[in-house]
Design a protein around this ligand. Structure first.
Ligand SMILES: [Zn+2]
Length: 424
């Protein structure tokens, strides 16, 4: 069988398997949550009200219903771009209105991304103003949503376009090892973005005010000292402008390292619980999770680019995916777009691996928190967070394996049991 047809069949089968798996996982999640909706699990009968448990169930079900459409739309879009010839049409049209070259190549990738963004817009709107709104989480106004969209586009153009043009240029002019140069550029770019994020990017979307609460600050500082950490500052972010969901995180590295609490978190948790949440975040640092995650991401990117470097040379890579490569002009942009479209289809089957790694890291951070602060504080903070975010206590175990970057509350609390027993 010729390689072009093999690739076509491989994509069709891969996509079919991926969509079937995703829909099946979704159905499992819906069934599991609906089956447990009638009663709070025995372990939480004393701490969680039935109304809250049912709200979490309904919220999970609403999200799953929307996810179904998302899965189908993604699959249709992929088919439309590739086997149904959408990308080929777009490329031919661009070539008919502009001269071949770097500008046309860049325009192709940008047009592809913009079209994808527009197609995904209705579902994103339904998510924010439908589901999130109905469950009382959405605080975004249409005006703020539009402003975010505009800022995101400008930011994407300012920060993303030069990188895209550079990569496309390297694909042309970088020789056989262009992918190595492109990788260097991507790594540098990623580090640069991380360095400017706290001071330049994030303030475009949110207000960061230094933590005012003196007693909390004293607590937090003494915890940091005990644990041997330094951070430039403690900030409160106005997360409540957009959503009632809450969070805390570290950002920046080196000298710009800082701790950020959502204002919503400050309202929900007691100072002791805040301290436990911060200790959890410190745990991520102590175990070098961020560095490890970046190392894995850089290694994956390198492998991906090397693969792309090879695929871009093969005529069947284009024809097998519904595109006629140009004989006279560059095909770099086509190769890049096809790669971005096709790789996720197969990468999804590896999702349990990365989700598992992430959940292991959460357990490690929890264990660290329990070693620095009373485990009871972390336990009650977790319960409050899961409850306030309407996270279901009864997710489908297989769904968890694929999608959950954080273990379900029940698993995290179960792991804390020994520490809780020792502290009691
Ligand atoms: Zn964590």
């Amino acid at each position: 069988m010729n390689p072009s047809l093999t690739l076509t069949l491989l994509l069709a089968l891969g996509l079919l398997a991926q969509v079937a798996l995703k829909l099946w996982l979704n159905v499992r999640q819906v069934r599991h949550v609906a089956d447990h909706r009638h009663a709070v699990p025995a372990a939480y009968a004393q701490t969680i009200a039935l109304a809250d448990h049912q709200k979490a169930a309904d919220y999970t079900l609403a999200k799953a219903r929307l996810a179904q459409w998302d899965i189908l739309l993604d699959a249709l879009l992929l088919l439309g771009w590739t086997l149904m010839g959408g990308l080929d049409v777009l490329n031919q049209w661009l070539l008919s209105v502009m001269a071949p070259g770097l500008l046309q190549q860049t325009a192709l990738v940008v047009a592809f991304m913009l079209i994808g963004g527009v197609v995904g817009l209705p579902l994103s709107l339904m998510q924010t103003f439908g589901v999130e709104q109905r469950f009382g989480f959405n605080k975004t106004t249409v005006a703020l949503w539009l402003a975010d969209l505009a800022k995101g586009l400008v930011l994407g153009a300012v920060l993303g376009l030069p990188l895209l043009a550079l990569v496309l240029w390297l694909m042309e002019a970088g020789g056989a090892l262009w992918w190595l140069w492109a990788w260097g550029a991507l790594v540098f770019w990623q580090l640069f973005l991380m360095a400017i994020a706290p001071n330049v990017i994030m303030p475009l979307f949110n207000k960061f005010t230094p933590l005012q609460d003196e007693s909390l600050k004293a607590r937090v500082q003494s915890l940091m000292q005990r644990a041997g950490f330094q951070a430039k500052g403690f900030f409160v972010m106005d997360g409540s402008r957009r959503s009632a969901h809450s969070n805390a995180f570290f950002t920046g590295f080196g000298a710009s390292k800082r701790v950020v609490f959502f204002d919503t978190l400050l309202q929900q948790l007691s100072p002791a619980e805040m301290e436990a949440v911060l200790a959890h975040e410190l745990g991520h640092f102590r175990h070098r999770h961020i560095v490890k995650m970046m190392a894995v991401s850089f290694a994956t990117t390198l492998a991906g680019l090397a693969l792309l470097g090879w695929l871009a040379q093969q005529a069947w890579f284009y024809t097998g995916l519904g595109v006629a490569p140009s004989m006279s002009a560059s095909n770099s942009a086509l190769a890049l777009v096809l790669f971005m479209l096709v790789v996720p289809v197969f990468a999804f089957f590896l999702a349990p691996l990365s989700s598992w790694r992430s959940r292991v890291q959460e357990f490690e951070a929890d264990a660290y928190a329990a070693s620095q602060t009373p485990a009871a504080d972390l336990a009650s903070a977790l319960l409050k967070l899961y409850q306030d975010n309407a996270s279901t206590l009864t997710p489908d175990p297989l769904f968890v394996k694929f999608y959950y970057s954080h273990p379900p509350a029940s698993d995290r609390l179960a792991r804390l049991q020994p520490a809780l027993a020792a502290g009691a």
